[in-house]
Design a protein. Structure first.
Length: 391
């Protein structure tokens, strides 16, 4: 069987990409578009780029999309693209959180693969419903926890899995920022407005926005599953309706213990995601603002620094490496790695083949469900004076 640009073994072309959200004034939409193009695996063909039809059309024109493929709503886009011979293969959803469920489900039901920004949804019920929709569809669903695409994060994961740290004991992860130290949401700043609005962000602010990244990174690198949290969430900025700081203790299924700090009111911190993992044979430390270095401390030996592309980095890191060591890679490349691995999964699904081992590291809808459960457990714990709550 062959259709336009597609063979029995999969497409012999770039994947046709659509986008929901990410129009004029949006930050993350441009990031996703750059990431999708970095490895030349996708071509943007259609969009419902804003909930405002006029802004959606103007945003589409900015991106040189055909007027007939600049849609006023994601529902219209899903129906129309599914009916076209040259319709999109995959959609990227980069809206505020409250729209993720309905948009993703519309495209899954139309037979279109989905790449979705995190967190997955705003409620556990919607998250589980979306996971069921993915399972029914048999389609690829990738969640853009972009930090899992960094080479030295994948290096750290491989080292933990290989037993280089021994039995894990302690996991510490933090994600401090300072950009919401004042009521920026009152200035008209779009990103601050929706992230501090419960109707669009969900029941958590800082925890949902960056705490989920920290939580997912800890589980991704260690391979452990957090079973219980004790959380203290605070809105330090007067009048703010959602948390802007969170302290948590974590317990993992094998007896390891952890701590998580997420803050958007920590002056002096720009994007300070940091992970430390300690076992009975050694420790690892990775810092997002210096992403090409991984500090490894074998017990009883001098600490050593493993660099991206340098001696000691293995195949997992090499798979996510694009340029020689010494040239910085980071945020955009991390996103691009998710898009590249997702492309491998989609092409394999189209052709009935198996994707490579590294592609299987792409966060899935089930990772998204865990993230939403984490958010809700943290909020419940804080409401109960930091009582232990099961995930």
């Amino acid at each position: 069987m062959t259709i336009e640009g597609k063979t029995a073994s999969g497409p012999n072309r770039r994947l046709r990409l659509g986008m929901v959200g990410g129009g004029r004034g949006a930050f993350i939409g441009a990031v996703h578009r750059i990431a999708a193009r970095l490895d030349d695996r996708y071509e943007l063909r259609a969009g419902a780029l804003s909930s405002d039809p006029e802004r959606a059309r103007a945003s589409g024109a900015d991106l040189f999309l055909p007027p007939e493929r600049c849609y006023a709503s994601f529902a219209e886009m899903a129906r129309a693209e599914a009916a076209r011979d040259d319709g999109i293969d995959v959609v990227s959803i980069v809206t505020p959180n409250h729209l993720h469920h309905d948009a993703a489900k519309a495209f899954l039901e139309a037979g279109i693969h989905v790449i979705c920004d995190k967190p997955l949804t705003t409620t556990v019920e919607d998250a589980e419903d979306l996971a069921a929709a993915v399972e029914r569809s048999g389609l690829v669903f990738a969640l853009t926890h972009n930090y899992t695409g960094y080479p030295m994060v994948r290096q750290a994961r491989a080292m933990v899995a290989a037993g280089d740290l021994g039995a894990l004991r302690v996991v510490q992860v933090e994600y401090p920022q300072d950009w919401l130290s004042t009521r920026l949401e009152e200035s008209g700043q779009k990103q601050a407005e929706w992230r501090t609005d419960p109707a669009r962000s969900g029941i958590a602010g800082c925890v949902g926005d960056i705490g989920t990244h920290a939580f997912q990174l800890a589980e991704f690198v260690t391979g452990l599953r957090c079973t219980r949290v004790a959380a203290d969430l605070t809105a330090f900025v007067e009048g703010r309706r959602l948390d802007d700081n969170a302290h948590m203790m974590l317990r993992f299924g094998d007896g390891a213990r952890g701590m998580l700090w997420a803050s958007q009111v920590a002056p002096g911190h720009e994007n300070g995601l940091r992970l430390r993992v300690y076992g009975d044979k050694g420790g690892l430390e990775w810092f997002q603002e210096q992403p090409n270095h991984l500090r490894f401390s074998p017990l009883g030996e001098p600490p050593r620094t493993i660099t991206r592309g340098g001696p000691g980095s293995d195949g997992a890191a090499a798979h996510a490496t694009r340029i020689p060591s010494g040239h910085p890679e980071g945020y955009l490349e991390g996103f691009a790695q998710i898009y590249r691995d997702a492309a491998d999964l989609i092409v394999a699904r189209m052709g009935g083949a198996a994707a490579g081992e590294q592609a299987a590291l792409v966060p899935t809808v089930r990772d998204g469900v865990r993230g939403v459960r984490f958010i809700h457990a943290a909020v419940e714990s804080s409401r109960r004076d930091a009582a232990w709550v099961e995930l």
